[in-house]
Design a protein around this ligand. Structure first.
Ligand code: 6R9
Length: 644
């Protein structure tokens, strides 16, 4: 890993990159050897097939090798003499709420919880659902699953009970881990009630949750949170367990976790990641992109409910022996200086957040930043959506004081780790560009005909070769995996994003080319929001699009058609928004709801969202070709309706 950490010039990057793509086996095995394996992998480091004409899409890395990622995150550091070093730093919602865990303490907690999981029958390969806020028990629970070879499925604690129920069913988990309640900003959220509803709903559909372990949030007065016979009090149950737990050494290709994400069609997809390749890549990207060294203080503001939290709150930092900040609150509570106060409090070296947070904080003005020192900061990172150059400049000049490189990291739930990103001290940055591929990553831009474009170009962002942390399948739906990602361009993984390459070979992500909306860095499928809207009894049809939003990047604009005789009153709009909050969660709520006397459809009945996007963005002057519409007059009707 030191070779990666020491890469500090463009020449060194070019050289290492060349080696990574010409001799990937050598390159990746060298890095993998930094970790502890109980059995070596066989001769070939990786094997793959991306083309369904040739057979099943299949990817493997380090096959034959055996390892355990929890061991590599914990014992490997303890054996290096870092047991007393801090592994997790917890900062609560309110100022003054705080806590830490050393690597040795983490080991004890992980083992106790792993033993509890075993005591209720969780075995290697079983799924466990985690519905937890950002408290240290969340990374601890992930590691406890990994310790025994169980597969964690973290569900972001902002999802509704229906969305949680869907994921409980989807993963076939029998055990769920949660927390009594939590504060987010000034909002009190009763998580346990959400879990109860979800378990009941899942039981109605024939899937019974047998055990629910509930962490008692002692900061909040939640009486009677143990409501059913499946419930157990976390602290009491876990305290009774032994601190010793046998590590389950698993095959490199043993599933580590699944994580649901939104696609352009259908229900959310259970992206499945395996152990060995994910571990090596999470460790390598952290070492490189955040220049992470043992003992560093690293803060990624993402929630562990998303992939960014998996790789850059939990696994990556611990694999590098760093201390990872777990922040329960929001950046504007109690005021917009909270992040910089935390940076100073813990001497954070690298800070990693989403452009939406940067834009939101920028709006509060510079004073909130400038009243804190921020001298410990060396690297600033962004992820989740394209960053506009104004926000980039503000981040660089005001937050970073002009001293910190900005790493604009492009990647996805599916990719497991950074794919296109600057290395902080080796690659010159350009505001708004994710710059160049990470080691071993070979992006290609394709045109509509599936031809590779060379030089300066714009096209579909695809990958022809696998990288270690690539997802291996969609949980129990390999066919959908092939159809959703490998059928559009035979022989390529298609990311769903468009990108441009400039004359320096730098990549500029232009955003999703499918129907996925990116609100505040959260991926939301149009189909999911539409099916939530039509759960309202008066709503017969809905079509949603994303439109530009100054802070959130995109916001959701919904067109709805109601039953004959029904009127879209303010109350109905509210009720429709509530349907989305209930089915998905508050973060997916549309900002605008417009009545649609009809929707622009092709003769085959496909909604043309391109046209709706133009109408919603008030750009009807540039509608383009509407001749394929079954009824072109709906366009005028929608424009008229919008202006009312
Ligand atoms: C890690 C994560 C993935 C989608 C991706 C793209 C967008 C992420 C970006 C970016 C431009 C960046 N995206 N990082 N767009 N520049 N630096 O966010 O995963 O939630 O799966 O979202 O986010 O559109 O396809 P995920």
């Amino acid at each position: 890993m030191d070779t990666l950490r020491n890469c500090s010039s463009r020449g060194q990057y070019d050289e290492l990159y060349r080696e990574s793509v010409t001799e990937p086996e050598k390159f990746w095995s060298k890095l993998a050897k930094d970790f502890v394996w109980s059995a070596d992998w066989s001769d070939s480091v990786s094997a793959f097939n991306f083309n369904t004409d040739v057979g099943k899409v299949d990817v493997s890395w380090f096959a034959g090798g055996k390892t355990n990622i929890a061991w590599n995150c914990i014992e490997r550091n303890i054996e290096r003499g870092c047991g007393e070093q801090v592994a997790l730093i917890w900062e609560g919602n309110d100022v003054g709420e705080e806590g830490t865990k050393t690597y040795s303490e983490l080991q004890a907690d992980v083992n106790r919880l792993a033993n509890w999981l075993k005591s209720v029958g969780v075995a290697k390969g079983d799924a466990v659902v985690l519905y937890l806020p950002m408290i240290m028990e969340l990374p601890i629970a992930m590691l406890a699953c990994a310790r025994i070879g169980a597969v964690h499925s973290v569900v972001f604690a902002g999802f509704s009970s229906e969305a949680l129920a869907q994921r409980l069913l989807g993963s076939a988990a029998k055990v769920v881990l949660t927390c009594s309640a939590v504060m987010r900003g000034s909002k009190h959220i009763n998580l346990k009630a959400v879990v109860d509803e979800a378990c009941d709903s899942s039981a109605e559909k024939g899937h019974k949750i047998e055990h629910c372990l509930c962490f008692m949030n002692e900061r909040l007065d939640v009486e009677g949170f143990l409501t059913t016979s499946r419930d157990e009090h976390w602290q009491q149950a876990v305290h009774a367990q032994s601190m010793e737990c046998t590590t389950e050494w698993v095959d490199a290709e043993h599933p580590l976790f699944m994580l649901y994400t939104s696609g352009s069609t259908g229900s959310p997809k259970g992206v499945l990641h395996t152990t060995g390749g994910y571990m090596v890549y999470a460790g390598a990207t952290c070492a490189s992109v955040f220049n992470m060294q043992q003992g560093d203080i690293f803060w990624c503001t993402a929630d562990c409910g998303w992939i960014t939290g998996h790789t850059y709150v939990t696994y990556g930092p611990l694999l590098n022996g760093a201390a990872s900040v777990v922040f329960e609150g929001v950046p504007t509570h109690p005021d917009a200086g909270r992040c910089w106060q935390i940076v100073d409090k813990y001497n954070v070296k690298a800070f990693y957040t989403a452009p939406t947070a940067i834009r939101a904080l920028q709006r509060y003005g510079n004073d909130f930043v400038l009243k804190h020192q921020r001298l410990s900061l060396k690297i600033l990172g962004t992820v989740g959506e394209p960053i506009n150059p104004e926000a980039w400049q503000w981040y660089s000049e005001i937050v970073g004081g002009g001293r910190c490189p900005i790493v604009d990291t492009w990647w996805q739930t599916e990719t497991g780790g950074h794919m296109i990103t600057p290395l902080p001290f080796a690659i010159e940055q350009k505001p708004g560009s994710a710059t160049l591929p990470f080691f071993g990553v070979q992006p290609v831009l394709l045109n509509d005909a599936g031809e590779e474009l060379t030089g300066e170009a714009e096209g579909y962002l695809c990958f022809k070769k696998p990288w270690p942390s690539m997802f291996r399948t969609l949980f129990s739906d390999h066919k959908r995996y092939e159809e959703a990602y490998f059928s559009m361009f035979k022989g390529y993984y298609f990311s769903g994003d468009g990108a441009k390459r400039d004359s320096d070979g730098y990549y500029w992500i232009t955003g999703r080319v499918d129907d996925v909306i990116n609100v505040s860095g959260h991926r939301i499928g149009t189909a999911e929001v539409e099916s939530a809207l039509v759960t309202h009894q008066e709503c017969t049809e809905a079509a949603v699009v994303g439109i530009d939003h100054a802070i959130k990047g995109q916001s959701i604009y919904a067109f709805v058609t109601l039953r004959e005789g029904c009127v879209l009153t303010e109350a109905t709009k509210k009720a429709l928004v509530n349907c989305v909050r209930t089915v998905i969660g508050p973060f997916a709520a549309p900002d605008t709801i417009q009545w649609a006397p009809g929707l622009p459809k092709t003769r085959s009945g496909k909604i043309m969202r391109r046209i709706l996007r133009k109408i919603a963005s008030r750009e009807e002057d540039s509608l383009g070709d509407i001749s394929t519409l079954a009824d072109p007059s709906v366009v005028d009707a929608l424009v008229k309706e919008r202006s009312q």
